[in-house]
Design a binder for this molecule. Structure first.
Ligand code: SF4
Length: 381
């Protein structure tokens, strides 16, 4: 059964199969499915003009003209000059078209009956018609993309911001697709997803600034959102400390926030060794660029603000040698965590497994030689 939430794919399958159906049946008349809509329009509004067909079908003028000209050349349609206004051409079906229209209506009815099987098709048609009206709404084309996409908001989180009473704002959207990620819906944003209103989140934060010390921005990848700086600035004015959980892909955005003192703590994911990075973030190894992550790490290591690095350890993705290699790459820093992976239904890829705490303890001991501060963290990112 088709995925109910995947509106765009369903719409495309419905459209393509309808086209295919008519293309097959109309071959005998040498008519393509693309011409059908125009033939029907003219048949049901004899004397219609080319412009009126364009308005009715909402197909661009060039395509309308080309398709109708073909119907004229094939002898299904004729264009006659309007007697009152000789600049206007009116379109009429010919006897050749009239002879086949009954069959065309029969094909259309068969299609409708087939699609209507096991469902209340009239209700569907009503809703489709409403959705079509909504699609004409100009607001569809307004640039909403720039606004902040908040996927989830946790009003109180004790573990997300070290030593602070904080809340966590989860931003939707990520540039990576880590197989072990447990925020699948923030990465592959469902079509029926409703983002939280940034103003409502702000309003809540305004009321709670006496109770909460900090805000953790997580995701998804919070720095993917260009407008995040404006939102953070607003919260900083209320006195909040800001923590950012990042995958390190946007060093310059992070630096800009640091330079403006808009961020107090950063948690940087180091996903794997440089060689295995692309695989671990679900990207193509040939095009993946490790440089931004190195740049982020270097910016943080300059020591201007407090930060941590963490690696979520997954058996299928990390060997002990990989983790030692990562530790050598990062070098001694104040806070490094090996985070135990926890499998869930929300993981992007199912079937991954975790090291036991005992195994992680052993690995930790080996890593100490390179990062003495290494600790194990049991919560998932
Ligand atoms: S784990 Fe983080 S970086 Fe990876 S896909 Fe999930 S949100 Fe993105």
């Amino acid at each position: 059964m088709a995925d109910k939430s995947n509106f765009l794919i369903n719409l495309s399958v419905l459209y393509r199969n309808t086209q295919k159906y008519f293309d097959r049946l109309l071959t005998r008349y040498d008519i393509g499915s693309g011409q059908l809509i125009f033939l029907l329009c003219i048949n049901e509004s004899e004397g219609i003009t080319m412009q009126e067909v364009t308005n009715l079908t909402e197909v661009d003028k060039g395509t309308t003209t080309k398709s109708i000209q073909r119907l004229i050349d094939q002898g299904y349609v004729q264009a006659k000059t309007d007697e009152k206004d000789r600049r206007v051409k009116r379109l009429y079906t010919t006897q050749k078209a009239i002879d086949i229209m009954n069959n065309i209506y029969e094909y259309r009815a068969h299609l409708r009956n087939t699609l209507a099987q096991d469902m209340d098709f009239s209700t569907f048609e009503e809703m489709l018609s409403k959705a079509t009206d909504n699609a004409r709404d100009e607001s569809l084309f307004e640039n909403e993309v720039m606004s902040l996409k908040i996927g989830e908001f946790q009003k109180m989180s004790l573990g997300d911001y070290p030593d602070k009473m904080a809340c966590t704002v989860y931003m939707s959207g990520c540039n990576y697709k880590c197989p072990y990620c447990n925020k699948r819906d923030l990465v592959f944003i469902p079509e029926n997803n409703e983002f939280l209103n940034p103003d409502e989140v702000s309003e809540y934060l305004k009321k709670r600034n006496q109770l909460l010390d900090g805000i953790c921005f997580s995701g998804g990848e919070p720095l993917l959102q260009e407008d995040i700086d404006k939102f953070i600035r607003k919260q900083r004015r209320l006195g909040y400390d800001i923590k950012i959980d990042t995958n390190g892909a946007y060093p310059q955005r992070l630096k800009a926030l640091m330079d403006k003192k808009q961020v107090n703590y950063v948690s940087l994911d180091i996903k794997n060794t440089k060689e295995k990075y692309a695989e671990t973030v679900g990207m193509n190894a040939e095009t993946f660029n490790i440089k931004p992550i190195e740049e982020t790490l270097n910016i943080l290591k300059e020591g201007k603000i407090e930060f941590e690095c963490k690696t979520t350890v997954v058996k299928e993705l990390h060997t002990k040698e990989d983790l030692i290699e990562i530790a050598k790459w990062i070098g001694p820093i104040d806070h490094y965590y090996l985070q135990q992976f926890i499998a869930s239904d929300n993981n992007i890829q199912q079937g991954l497994s975790a090291y036991t705490m005992e195994e992680l303890e052993e690995i930790k001991e080996e890593i100490r030689a390179f990062i003495p501060s290494v600790e194990i963290r049991r919560v998932q990112e």
